[in-house]
Design a protein around this ligand. Structure first.
Ligand SMILES: Nc1nc2c(ncn2[C@@H]2O[C@H](COP(=O)(O)OP(=O)(O)OP(=O)(O)O)[C@@H](O)[C@H]2O)c(=O)[nH]1
Length: 433
């Protein structure tokens, strides 16, 4: 698959124009993903989309030129108008969430309902994208994302519009899937006309009028004219195809970079690590042996963020980072558990001083991902993480006497919380049996 320029258009005319929608909560990075894919650019100050933004590009899939009309919709409810018309005729829908913001993940259900309600194509290809994986404060795991995608029979990938990771792969996979779906794009040819008006009133997708002189510029008008009988016929035809294809569409794309936490000296073929490695075609036993050997000098059980860069020939580079920030913070505070509800009521799970923060930041600065980051920025990240674990950071040195009293009290609180949790679990088991 490759991008080609306008000059090639005459030699290799496009077989179709595909309408791809990007949806999801505000701020998850929809516009950023689109701009990374189309212009290979990233704006850290990307303004919010109002209504709908739109880009056109083209690519070659299996030797065929395909034009892509990518619709970037506004995540903010107040900027969303004409919702049904966004979906009309869309062959592919990319539903984005932010891996560092759980509520954007929890709202995916709403977006999938919207797709099912408004999509005029039963077999439109859906893809779930977990964006912003470059950020350290992830709260939605890859497994959760995969599970959601599987439930909705959608493709799944994690990406970062900032670092480019997974972006190209996401679009390519989506387009390929659409092209492989008979009836999804080939029956639409008359409804998409570039540089000229579509004829007749039976265009169920409205009509586009592009300024062909520049691909990045656009000038489109939308005419909502749906012919119901045409719609029904199209649905009847595609339902038969859908039945066959629904099973196939559950395909998870594994990007070449695997990021996970593995405990020092404790890598094993058991889930979740074993399946993660196996799905990528790595020799699990050899990997575990190598990892455990590499971490032989570290205390057993310390959680180590690990990156595995997998090459197409299944060889890999192993990057083992400093222990996770939360683990380091909890060690510094002398506690095993963070606060259950740090936001509510300001429950404090531990106390550390700013000196601890500085030392932890210095340790983390040795990680490849943090290299080049000023220590001040890292310290701020540590502070955010401490806050989310409920660990209080004080400016002055800790008073050992006061700390001992605090830790004794905290132990009693944790004990009580654990008993309550066990009771709740037992009550739930009773209800379900
Ligand atoms: N670190 C990081 N920041 C990102 C990434 N993608 C987007 N952002 C930032 O997140 C913010 C929101 O990005 P947008 O692309 O405007 O998000 P959106 O989903 O289009 O938002 P709406 O237009 O309001 O619907 C911007 O400040 C981006 O720079 C990413 O992969 N990593």
């Amino acid at each position: 698959m490759a991008f080609i320029g306008d000059a090639d258009e005459q030699n290799n005319p496009s077989i179709t124009t595909l309408k791809i929608l990007i949806i999801g909560e505000s701020g998850v990075g929809k516009s950023s993903l689109m701009l990374r894919f189309v212009d290979d650019s990233f704006d850290p100050e990307q303004p919010a989309t109002i209504g709908v933004d739109f880009r056109v590009t083209s690519m070659v899939v299996d030797g065929n030129r395909v034009k892509l009309a990518i619709w970037d919709t506004a995540g903010q409810e107040r900027f969303r108008t004409l919702t049904p018309s966004y979906y009309r005729g869309g062959q592919g829908v990319i539903c984005v969430y932010d891996v560092t913001n759980r509520s954007t993940f929890e709202h995916l259900d709403h977006w999938m309902t919207e797709v099912d309600t408004y999509s005029t194509k039963d077999d439109a290809v859906k893809m779930i994208v977990g964006n912003k994986i470059d950020l350290p404060n992830r709260v939605v795991s890859r497994e959760e994302g995969m599970k959601f995608a599987k439930r909705h029979r959608a493709l799944f990938i994690e990406a970062s519009a900032k670092t480019k990771e997974g972006v190209q792969c996401a679009f390519e996979e989506l387009i390929q899937k659409i092209i492989q779906t008979p009836g999804l794009w080939d029956s639409d040819k008359p409804t998409f006309r570039l540089g000229q008006q579509a004829t007749g009133g039976d265009g169920m997708c409205g009509f586009f009028n592009f300024d062909n002189s520049s691909w990045s510029e656009y000038n489109f008008s939308l005419r909502i004219s749906s012919n119901r009988s045409f719609l029904k016929r199209d649905r009847r035809m595609s339902k038969a195809v859908t039945r066959v294809r629904k099973k196939e569409i559950i395909k998870i794309i594994h990007p070449p970079l695997l990021r996970t936490n593995i405990k020092a000296q404790m890598a094993s073929a058991a889930p979740p690590l074993g399946p993660m490695l196996g799905q990528r075609g790595l020799n699990v036993a050899n990997f575990c042996k190598e990892f455990n050997k590499e971490t032989g000098h570290i205390k057993q059980g310390v959680p180590l963020p690990t990156r595995v860069h997998i090459r197409p020939d299944r060889t890999y580079d192993l990057e083992i980072c400093m222990p996770t920030t939360t683990w380091l913070l909890k060690q510094a505070a002398g506690v095993k558990r963070g606060a259950m509800s740090p936001a509510k009521g300001g429950e404090a799970a531990g106390i550390i001083s700013v000196k601890h923060i500085y030392e932890i930041a210095k340790l983390k600065s040795q990680d490849k991902a943090c290299q080049g980051l000023p220590l001040e920025v890292l310290c701020r990240k540590m502070l955010v993480c401490a806050r989310s674990c409920g660990i209080k950071v004080i400016r002055e040195d800790l008073d050992p006497e006061k700390l001992k009293v605090f830790l004794d009290e905290r132990r009693a609180v944790v004990q009580k919380q654990l008993v309550e949790l066990a009771d709740k679990k037992a009550a739930k088991m009773l209800r379900t049996t």
